[in-house]
Design a protein. Sequence first.
Length: 350
Amino acid sequence: MITTDLLIIGAGPTGLFTVFEAGLLKIKCHIIDALHQPGGQLTELYPKKPIFDIPGYPRINAGELVDNLMEQIKQFQPGFTLGETAVSLNKIDDEWFEVITNKGTVHRAKAVAIASGLGTFEPRKPELENLAEYEDRGVEYFVKEPERFRGKKIVIAGGGDSALDWTIFLADIAKEVTLVHRRNEFRGALDSVEKIQELKNQGKIKLITPAEIIALKGEGKIEALTIDKNGEIFDLETDYFIPLFGLTPKLGEIANWGLEIEKNAIKVNNALDYQTNIEGVYAIGDINIYPGKLKLILCGFHEATLMCQSVYQRLNPGKKYVLKYTTVSGIDGFDGSRKEAEKAVVKKIE
């Protein structure tokens, strides 16, 4: 049996950052994740994808962000149960929860944080008759290793952020990049749409709208796509077809834990601490829902920070916690006084 203060379900960026915030409060953490390595979607789906809205980083690749988070929490020595899925949650008594995985591993904790992102998920696939025939033979749903596309002809389909981001990124790697979308308007960020138009004007990408891909062709692997552009039917040669229509999220076993669910997400009290309808069980990051919810990594970081304050009070009832900035207290000496910390800083400068 594994025993800890705070059990975190999900090793994505929000789950990992929770370990840091909890560590500042001397809260011991253990993380469960179905994947065999930390990082969640960032590691599994798009480790090389650039992220632009992490404070202090004008641009950082998803995999690099995970590496940095792992380095940041190393000092707090969290435990990991990887390659296992949490299948049951039960309250043992007023103090302890028990979570058991699909492999029978038993975990007990005084608080549980569900940070499992979109839950289990699979890509939304286009309705093409022979699609399965070409999967892993030129049809790719994720871009894990951009270098494999160097010098290749690529067709990307979709109109959201992922389709726009990868079109922009691969424009400098692939021999030829074509973006196909069924509408003239895109759903992605405005600056990305402007960048796409700029790349098109420069001749660095091809843009085909409004249009749909209606057939795949090739002997043993993808060789061409049949495209319908307002009734004009034509073939386009390609080495890879990357349909990026988003993911279909599923809560999985979490949906059976007695939590209040809305729109395939867990309802939480965002006015206080992101606690669910079960006292001592929290939900943070993309897995939760509340009025005004934004599914951004930085929002998950914010939710994790406030949640950890609530967990501290749960573990230390009646004990007053005084917030200290890490710029003054540091990390290792977080329990030290402000005066002692300032002396240490002065001494180091001298």
